[in-house]
Design a protein around this ligand. Structure first.
Ligand SMILES: [Zn+2]
Ligand SMILES: [Zn+2]
Length: 341
């Protein structure tokens, strides 16, 4: 058969013409020559149909091209590819639209100029305006925080915020952090997530949790409330030694209002109410631990030597502990010496 267009003796594709003549006369896709994409200059989010997306430029461009271009439904399994070159204030792109027409693969190319428009996104304008819905206050009970504690607490809150942001809480940010003598204040943009963060802090550091609301004026004829989540970190810390009820303990772990503590003369663990640990009965933490040389031991007793003064001391062992090491950790509290695991 001869193609009525080119006159060649080739297989006829449709309407009496060969495939290459058919394709020459048919355009399967079309779209604009210029496309505007809005980007936030602060956070590099892209605006797509009234929402802001934290996606790569390629992904956003693909979405926009898909919407702006029309593709003939005869073309099946359509795929869109883009290639862009940055030029002054614009991107010179080539859009490739490919698909199959019956069993023929077809690719059409469209030059496209992409203009990047700058516009501050909703979240960044809130952030710049000092917006916040909740305060997390972390205070220490009857003491002030050490610098290390302040750093740990701040890192923990910041890491939690990053984790929530990464899991899709795009509207979450820390507006401000205030360090005061009595504690740390975090101003956060989302009260719901701020509550989750406050709960996690309490889980991790122990202590008391309280929440309160305060009015922050009216918006769209509705009362707006700001939340305050207060965590009172206890006076004691993990690893601290304290006395209670004529016994001596070291803190193994912290839980909301309770601690798991090791009774030092028996090495038996006990759960104690945090309220029962009086700040004046806390001796300190691992800075009190001293290593001593094991001289000898019997079933119930152990003889230890101070490595500096060479004085020896004999104390009862917790349980029927058999000491395998040549050194043992000890702590002296109120004149009593104890073995520490
Ligand atoms: Zn032809
Ligand atoms: Zn932004």
């Amino acid at each position: 058969m001869f193609c009525v267009e080119c006159g060649n003796d080739v297989p006829i594709f449709r309407n009496g013409v060969c495939l290459s003549c058919y394709l020459k006369a048919t355009q399967f896709s079309k779209g604009p020559a210029i496309l505007d994409i809005v980007m936030c200059p602060r956070c590099s989010s892209y605006k797509y149909k009234n929402t802001w997306l934290r996606e790569t430029f390629d992904d956003v461009l693909k979405r926009c091209v898909k919407d702006a271009f029309t593709v003939n439904p005869e073309l099946k399994h359509v795929e869109i590819q883009t290639m862009c070159k940055e030029q002054e204030r614009i991107l010179a792109c080539m859009v490739f639209i490919s698909g199959s027409l019956e069993d023929q693969m077809i690719t059409e190319r469209h030059p496209l100029t992409v203009r990047i428009r700058h516009n501050t996104c909703d979240i960044c304008s809130r952030e710049a305006g000092g917006y916040y819905e909740a305060t997390i206050q972390i205070r220490a009970e009857q003491r002030t925080f050490t610098n290390t504690e302040l750093k740990t607490l701040q890192n923990t809150v910041e890491t939690l915020v990053e984790q929530f942001q990464a899991s899709g809480k795009r509207g979450l940010f820390i507006t401000d952090i205030a360090k005061k003598r009595e504690g740390l204040y975090f101003f956060l943009s989302e009260k719901g997530t701020a509550l989750s963060i406050a709960k996690k802090i309490q889980e991790q550091f122990g202590g008391d949790f309280k929440q309160s609301a305060s009015s922050a004026g009216m918006k769209d004829s509705r009362q707006i409330y700001r939340m305050t989540y207060l965590i009172r970190i206890p006076a004691y810390r993990k690893g601290d030694f304290f006395s209670f009820d004529k016994s001596f303990f070291s803190i193994v772990s912290l839980h909301a209002n309770k601690v798991r503590a090791l009774e030092l003369s028996t090495w038996i663990e006990k759960v104690i109410d945090g309220k029962d640990i009086q700040p004046s009965r806390i001796y300190g933490g691992k800075e009190l631990v001293k290593e001593m040389i094991v001289v000898s031991q019997s079933k119930n007793e152990i003889q230890l030597m101070d490595s500096k003064t060479y004085t020896t001391v004999e104390i009862r062992k917790p349980k029927t502990l058999s000491v395998e090491t040549t050194m043992m950790k000890t702590v002296k509290l109120d004149g009593y010496l104890f073995l520490v695991p």
